[in-house]
Design a protein around this ligand. Structure first.
Ligand code: M6R
Length: 603
């Protein structure tokens, strides 16, 4: 993971770099650092902790300059310490490097460099890079050649940015980790992701693997691995800089929960026309040849994938969801009629990219369902469908889950029509309900019951979440959200499975959150009775008209009654609010939960 950033301007870069790092903290927040070049030498400040700690440290140094690079870290090699924080430099302090990814052959390189007298000050894989570059500089090579020769030695995945002491240029490259150039008026930028510099420019160039870019205040020049010039188009991103800021909310997560109605409007905009689905990227007939669908994803996106699988299977399409990290190692059989959908908010999750690559290598057609235009998944898959949820900064995914599921409803309808020649049975009602979804989510976010419930039902020895059908994926998602930000034990189950083992854990100290969609009400009611018999309180989250559930459960948290295929999306918003308020009550680090990062770019 990690976030890297760089700026070269006709004015000082420090403040902009610190702002960029704050916007990239969702990628990691174990330690942070900055290197500035003042025309003849480099100054480096770095420390364990968050960017705010770095900011305080820098307040005393007066360090600044027009050219700089920065880093916020999620540790892979070596614990989060001042020494392991980036930027890293070589023996002579001539070169500073920031890196996102993993250098797989770092141990051999380190050994080789040691035998030539290099001394290392960190445990990181990254530190070999500045040492390699310094050797090349020492041999009389110019900075760009030295950089190229150093990266030629590297194996693994990386996005790297480098500055040297006497050259007002930032050199950078990528291989398997994201890197974007920001094209400004009086300054140019580089970063792992667009929100890093969105307040300064919305004009971006997405770099491809093996591109080498040299960025100066006057522009940027891209070359391929052999040094031949390459032209890459400048694109304009349509994200509003305010979307990437917290505004009046205490946390990004709460802001993003409340943004869901707007995000869903964007997701659906122009994609439903009366009783037809209009996906510009996928005109009628696009999926005629598809005989099987596999969804690959991780975490929250995996739960959205499960929801999609449930919909597709219900509509007669052969569909399975796979945990991407497992699929990458143990791939399911595919053929040229298999459509493999990578569900990934960031489009940069290494496990999902690897699963998609494995499917592609074996002849399947791949489709990225992602939020990020220009992401690796979007660029490497055969097709991409954008969920258009806007930037999501909180590590806990919220609005992107709703937009992923809404997109899967649309994509599923397209698939069914192409494969069977007919629309789904009750498509009219479902599409109507989908159009009303933003308004229904708004009704949930305006409801304040979740705050009181989260306080009243904080369990002493665990929290269980159950559901049937598509509500099973939401039970898993509710538990993931709860454990991720409260650090309390939480587990999701298919409601009918409790009696096959987990019921042994149920006691009066384990509240159970039961998600109902309005279908199979009697079955869920029986499961609730089984739980209550063991003394556990049950909080039912179900459509307002599920009166029998309201009567049976110890607590009832209603959501608007809508099409049963969509109710669980609304229930999920209630569960997001419960997790949020419970974590807030416990004073947890909600936007940056311990040990986690938003974009997991390592396998
Ligand atoms: O960017 P992706 O959707 O591929 O990320 C996958 C997971 O890492 C992610 O959904 C994670 O589980 C969430 N941050 C949990 O809230």
């Amino acid at each position: 993971m990690c976030g890297i950033t760089a700026r070269v301007g006709d004015d000082d870069s420090l403040e902009a770099l610190l702002g960029s790092l704050e916007n990239l903290e969702y990628r990691g927040y174990d330690s942070a650092g900055i290197a500035m070049q003042n025309g003849s030498e480099l100054a480096i400040s770095k420390c364990e902790g968050e960017v705010s700690d770095l900011r305080s440290e820098l307040a005393f140094t007066g360090q600044n300059g027009r050219v700089g690079i920065g880093h916020t870290r999620w540790s892979t090699h070596g614990p989060p310490t001042d020494e392991n924080a980036h930027p890293h430099t070589g023996c002579h302090g001539r070169v500073a490097v920031v890196h996102n990814g993993i250098i797989e052959n770092y141990a051999e390189l380190r050994e080789e460099l040691r035998t030539r007298g290099h001394e290392f000050t960190s445990d990181t894989d990254t530190e070999v890079i500045p040492h390699l570059v310094e050797e090349e500089l020492g041999a009389g090579r110019d900075a760009e050649t030295a950089f190229r020769r150093a990266i030629d030695r590297l194996e693994g995945s990386y996005a790297i940015a480098m500055i040297v002491d006497d050259d007002p240029t930032i050199y950078a490259t990528r291989n398997g980790s994201p890197l974007v150039v920001g094209v400004g008026e009086t300054a140019n930028y580089l970063a792992s992701d667009v929100p890093a510099f969105l307040e300064f420019t919305d004009r971006v160039v997405y770099l491809e693997d093996d591109d080498v870019v040299a960025v100066t205040v006057d522009g940027h020049r891209i070359t391929d691995a052999t040094g031949d010039p390459i032209s890459r188009s400048i694109e304009t991103v349509d994200w509003d800089p305010e979307d990437a800021e917290k505004g009046s909310y205490d946390h990004y997560m709460l802001k993003e929960i409340h943004e869901q109605p707007m995000a869903l409007r964007q997701t659906l905009h122009g994609r439903i026309d009366d009783d037809d689905v209009v996906l510009e990227e996928f005109p009628s007939g696009t999926f005629d040849d598809v005989s099987r669908v596999q969804l690959v994803a991780c975490g929250t996106s995996y739960h959205a994938g499960m929801y999609g699988e449930w919909l597709l299977s219900n509509w007669g399409i052969d569909a399975d969801t796979h945990i991407a990290s497992e699929y990458a190692a143990y791939p399911a059989p595919v053929d040229e009629n298999t459509l493999v959908i990578g569900v990934t908010q960031s489009g940069e999750t290494a496990d999902t990219l690897e699963a998609l690559a494995s499917a592609r290598r074996r002849g399947a057609r791949t489709l990225a369902l992602t939020n990020v235009i220009g992401s690796t998944a979007a660029r490497t898959c055969d097709d991409a469908l954008f969920i258009r949820a806007g930037p999501e900064i909180g590590v806990a995914a919220t609005k992107t889950f709703s937009s992923q599921v809404a997109s899967l409803v649309l994509l599923g309808e397209r698939l069914v029509r192409d494969v069977t020649g007919e629309p789904t049975e009750d498509h009219r009602q479902r599409l109507d309900a989908l159009e009303s979804l933003p308004e229904h989510v708004e009704m949930v976010t305006q409801d304040t019951l979740a705050t009181a419930i989260s306080r009243r039902w904080l369990g002493e020895s665990g929290h269980f979440f159950i559901g049937r059908g598509n509500a099973y994926s939401v039970a898993l998602e509710g538990a993931l959200k709860f454990k991720e930000i409260t650090y309390e034990h939480a587990e999701g189950f298919a409601a009918g499975e409790l009696k096959h083992g987990p019921l042994a854990l149920v006691t009066p100290e384990t509240p159970v959150f039961a998600v109902g969609t309005g279908e199979h009400r009697n079955r869920l009611e029986s499961n609730i009775n089984e739980i209550q018999t063991r003394g556990a309180p049950v909080i039912a989250i179900a459509p307002r008209n599920a009166t029998e559930l309201a009567d049976t459960a110890d607590e009832f948290l209603p959501v608007p009654a809508t099409h049963p295929d969509l109710v669980a999306i609304l229930a999920n918003v209630q569960l997001q609010l419960i997790a949020y308020h419970a974590a807030d009550e416990m004073d947890r680090s909600i936007d940056k939960p311990r040990n986690l990062a938003k974009s997991v770019t390592v396998e």
